[in-house]
Design a protein around this ligand. Sequence first.
Ligand code: AMP
Ligand code: ZN
Length: 114
Amino acid sequence: MSNDCLFCKIVAGTIPARTLFEDGSCVAFPDVHPQAPVHVLVVPKQHLVSLAETDREHTDLLGRLLAAAAEVARMQGLEKGYRVVINTGHDGGQTVGHLHLHVLGGRHMGWPPG
Ligand code: AMP
Ligand code: ZN
């Protein structure tokens, strides 16, 4: 846990979020500024700044996060498909310094739209 980390505070319950999924490794909750009809964040309970800070010792956790994303997508009824995004670092557009997966769906996410 990092004391000044937003997602660590959500994991700890000191900042509220509507938990949609939880297991020993991660929690999932809706993004506060959704970019699609379904926009859920999957967040590891362990504080890791970004994907760039992971290596082979995190293989198990990274697999659990992807499996959780698939579980969230099933729970949200995204049978037509969805997009999973991991923004990483400044150039990746990451704004919260705690690794997280975006699960986006409920509309066509590709190009052209529709
Ligand atoms: P990123 O830009 O990839 O770091 O994604 C961070 C995401 O966290 C953004 O999509 C924000 O809308 C979202 N976010 C920020 N604060 C909260 C919060 N308190 N609860 C849920 N989502 C949040
Ligand atoms: Zn954190």
